[in-house]
Write a protein that binds this ligand. Structure first.
Ligand SMILES: Nc1nc2c(c(=O)[nH]1)N[C@H]1C(S)=C(S)[C@@H](COP(=O)(O)OP(=O)(O)OC[C@H]3O[C@@H](n4cnc5c(=O)[nH]c(N)nc54)[C@H](O)[C@@H]3O)O[C@H]1N2
Ligand SMILES: Nc1nc2c(c(=O)[nH]1)N[C@H]1C(S)=C(S)[C@@H](COP(=O)(O)OP(=O)(O)OC[C@H]3O[C@@H](n4cnc5c(=O)[nH]c(N)nc54)[C@H](O)[C@@H]3O)O[C@H]1N2
Ligand code: SF4
Ligand SMILES: [Mo]
Length: 740
């Protein structure tokens, strides 16, 4: 019998250009698809037109394909089918979900005012945040909660008050004489806030730039550094003022720049006479000789480049910390010059603010919660802890409904127990998510979100970078998942806001691009529009955008907001936690972001679990010995708020009074236990209570008083180290976990 001829099926692969959406560095990537259209691989695209390179854990390439096809992705709208937290659900249609939400929203708006409805957002992925801000505008609720109190606002506003704009980026052309990496970890988190890629750092170092690390933990740059300072967590503002003092007292500043381009130098000079370097050393743990040397290197090896990061922003005086660091740039004339830090004009597209706001519907900030924080109100966000406090106290009014998009508050807000209690108390909670999370577990309605790449969209965040990127659809979303933008657009129609929204939400893409003169399809061919950088020499009299048209050491605008017009050592050295807090809890806990994960997200991804499987904290071996805890074992970390378990890794580089803990940990497998946010979650230990940064509402997350002890309860009568002995550990209490 003749064997029938079979044509060999050639499985053709195709590649598509994409941008990573896992973290705000937005690396350019190439995705490969098999013949069936399944995304099988992602690699870096070094010619993709973006500024940055891939994080060490390659979390974008590893996370995106698995997230897209993961079996636990949320696929259908659901309503709660049991007690909150039991994780029991009934599948419903989009119509039922949106009709239910609209009905509740109308009821609360009419009975309690629109301010009783809170829109709770995370870091923007694509158009999600823009739609939610627009929705808040026309709903007329001032209560939009974002991570602004932790992230981007503090550094951005320090630039705004000093330089006149938040669009300030490092210049990859030209050679800095010195680089300070300050509270940032480019190895894990990409190009941090100044948009200076790791390859740029490498090139500058090769050409002889001196590297100064200000880092209580460790990353690869610490070993390359000429100086590695390990300050007391949270003392960076005092450290910056110490450097300012050395530079002024030793007359190392750029006299010509200071005379021609700055205002307020005399006031700054007067301020540094108010404290001594010994006081700085006592506050920061950095000895005077090192402080002097580092200040001299930065001031004399110009231009200096300061790659600052999020650790400076999680501080009780966050805006002033960032302003203090900013003073160094002005003193050394490192702004506006080749190889320094430059003002950029954002790419030409519809400004996001125009999409968010409407003159005829000004935000009713007088009714806003958190209105005591002037920068928060100006930047259209409510600090996260203000929401929690208001829900728990009903002061100044009750919050009846919350809608969470792209955020997991139970893990990421300070004081997780209070946050949990607050979200449990809200009468109606909607969570839009891609995966089941602890916050999703206590929702009334769950909405399944489509990733960027599963729909045509654009991305413009982080706003200070001034980029806009095309994110066309390359794969179908799972099940009935919708873009967040579509959810909001359809909800808006049901809420009587049709005239302010779109028949099809995709029309918004052309609106955002209007100023560029391009349609969405034309833009997709170009992929990215970047900012234009400017040098001081080209516009010496109009370069700075401040009211004085100069670099402002002293900011009248800040004074008008009731803030100190220039950073003072007294404010920066005032601890969030008084000395007595450290009597019971003698160690200073801090954290950086995990290398393998973005905040609390993507914890389902097997490829990344292989990289980091559990929460690991680091401590000096002498400290471990003193507290009788051993390398490799689970230990308790306890603050006045509660206690958590993390696995101990002893590490010589950690200061003996410091614990570097892991952030964002929960257990995706603990499906009937709200995904166990209680066990290892750092924010059980943090405290959102006031004082917060008076400008931005920032919370002090770096430098939290804690103590540690072994998970095994100590034998009765055992010889405990002094600090653990001051508060006897009750074995039964230990077993209960995080009792407050
Ligand atoms: N892999 C990964 N990438 C991310 C994120 C993530 O979760 N994971 N998150 C994204 C987000 S939301 C942000 S805001 C950025 C943040 O990214 P970065 O700006 O890099 O900030 P962090 O990683 O929070 O902290 C940076 C470094 O500060 C150190 N540090 C801790 N306390 C102190 C201190 O008191 N003083 C000083 N000087 N340093 C301290 C930490 O050890 C850490 O190495 O990263 C983004 N990218
Ligand atoms: N102690 C301590 N606390 C911190 C920090 C710290 O360093 N230490 N860092 C702070 C900082 S800088 C930040 S920015 C915040 C971050 O805190 P959050 O804003 O809460 O961020 P994530 O934990 O990343 O949660 C984002 C959620 O969105 C989901 N998601 C992803 N893509 C989409 C999408 O397209 N649509 C929808 N609807 N959902 C999606 C993810 O699954 C994830 O659960 O945490 C802050 N909290
Ligand atoms: S640094 Fe990593 S997670 Fe961030 S955009 Fe690049 S690949 Fe994605
Ligand atoms: Mo952040």
């Amino acid at each position: 019998m003749a064997v029938p001829f079979r044509k060999a099926t050639l499985v053709e692969t195709t590649t598509k250009d994409i941008f990573c959406f896992i973290c705000p560095s937005h690396c350019a990537l190439k995705a490969t698809f098999d013949g069936n259209g399944k995304m099988i691989k992602i690699i870096a695209d070094s010619r993709g037109g973006m500024h940055c390179d891939i994080c060490d854990a390659a979390k974008g390439p590893n996370t995106i394909p698995e997230t897209h096809s993961h079996g636990k992705r949320l696929k259908f709208p659901m309503k709660r089918a049991g007690e909150r937290g039991l994780n029991l659900w009934t599948r419903i249609t989009w119509d039922e979900a949106l009709d239910t939400i609209a009905e509740k929203m109308r009821y609360y708006r009419d009975q309690f005012g629109p301010e009783s409805i809170a829109l709770v957002l995370g870091e923007p992925k694509s158009m999600d945040y823009a739609f939610l801000q627009r929705f808040a505008t026309f709903l007329e609720t001032p209560n939009v909660i974002t991570p602004g109190n932790y992230c981007g606002v503090q550094t951005g506003h320090a630039d705004t008050f000093s330089i006149g704009t938040m669009h300030v980026l490092s210049d990859p052309e030209g050679d800095p004489g010195s680089i300070i990496i300050w509270g940032a970890n480019p190895q894990n988190t990409g190009s941090n806030f100044r948009c200076y890629a790791q390859k740029d750092v490498a090139r500058a170092l090769k050409k002889g730039a001196k590297l100064i690390m200000i880092e209580p933990g460790k990353n690869r740059y610490c070993e390359k550094a000429d100086y590695w300072l390990k300050p007391k967590p949270g003392s960076d503002g005092a450290l910056a003022m110490g450097m300012v003092k050395v530079i002024i007292d030793e007359e190392l500043y750029d006299k010509e720049f200071v005379a021609r381009y700055t205002v307020g130098f005399d006031a700054l000079k007067a301020e540094v006479a108010n404290f001594t370097l010994d006081e700085v050393a006592a506050e920061t743990w950095i000895d005077v000789a090192t402080l002097r040397e580092v200040a001299r290197v930065y001031a004399t090896r110009r231009p200096g480049m300061i790659l600052w990061g999020n650790a400076l922003e999680n501080n009780v005086a966050a805006l002033q910390v960032c302003r203090a660091v900013s003073m160094l740039r002005g003193l050394t004339g490192s702004v506006g010059v080749r190889g320094g830090e430059l003002i950029n004009t954002p790419a030409k597209f519809g400004r996001p603010g125009r999409f968010y706001f409407d003159k005829a519907h000004p935000r009713p900030t007088a009714k806003s919660i958190g209105k005591e924080f002037p920068i928060a109100m100006g930047a259209a966000y409510v600090p996260t802890q203000s929401l929690v406090r208001t829900i728990l106290t009903d002061d100044p009014y009750p919050i009846k409904m919350a809608m969470c998009h792209v955020t997991n508050p139970i893990l990421t807000y300070p004081d997780s127990v209070a946050t949990y209690e607050a979200f449990m108390k809200v009468p109606f909670l909607v969570v839009a998510e891609i995966f089941p999370t602890s916050t999703m577990a206590i929702a009334d309605i769950v909405l399944p979100a489509a990733l960027p790449l599963e729909h045509d969209t654009i991305a413009y965040w982080p706003a200070w970078l001034g980029h806009i990127r095309a994110m066309p659809k390359v794969v179908d979303p799972p099940g009935e998942a919708w873009p967040d933008s579509k959810m909001i657009n359809e909800l808006a129609k049901r809420m009587g806001m049709r005239e302010h929204f779109f028949e099809n939400w995709e029309e918004s893409l052309d609106l955002m691009l209007a100023d560029s003169g391009m349609t969405y399809n034309e833009f997709c061919a170009i992929r990215v529009l970047g900012p234009t950088k400017h040098y001081l020499a080209d516009n010496p009299d109009g370069y700075f955008k401040t009211p004085s048209r100069k670099f402002e050491f002293h900011s009248q605008q800040m004074a008008q907001l009731g803030l100190s017009p220039l950073p003072t050592f007294a404010e920066l050295a005032a601890s969030r936690f008084g000395a007595e807090a450290f009597e019971h809890y003698p160690l200073h806990m801090t954290n950086g972001k995990e290398g393998a994960y973005f905040s609390s997200g993507y914890r389902h991804i097997e490829a990344m679990k292989k990289h980091t499987a559990e929460a690991v904290c680091e401590m000096h071996p002498d400290t471990a010995a003193r507290y009788r805890v051993k390398d490799g074992e689970m230990i308790w970390i306890e603050s006045h708020k509660g206690r958590i378990q993390q696995r101990l890794k002893v590490a010589d580089h950690v200061h003996p009074q410091v614990v570097v803990a892991a952030f964002g940990w929960w257990e995706p497998a603990a499906e009937d236990d709200e995904f166990n946010w209680r066990k290892s979650n750092l924010n059980i230990l943090t405290d959102g209570d006031q004082p917060n940064c008076p400008a931005t509402g920032s919370v002090h997350l770096r430098g939290v008083p804690v103590r540690v002890f072994a998970v095994e309860p100590p034998r009765p009568g055992a010889d405990l180290p002094e600090s653990a002995a001051t508060q006897p550990v009750d074995a039964q209490d230990l077993e209960l976990g995080n009792a407050r």
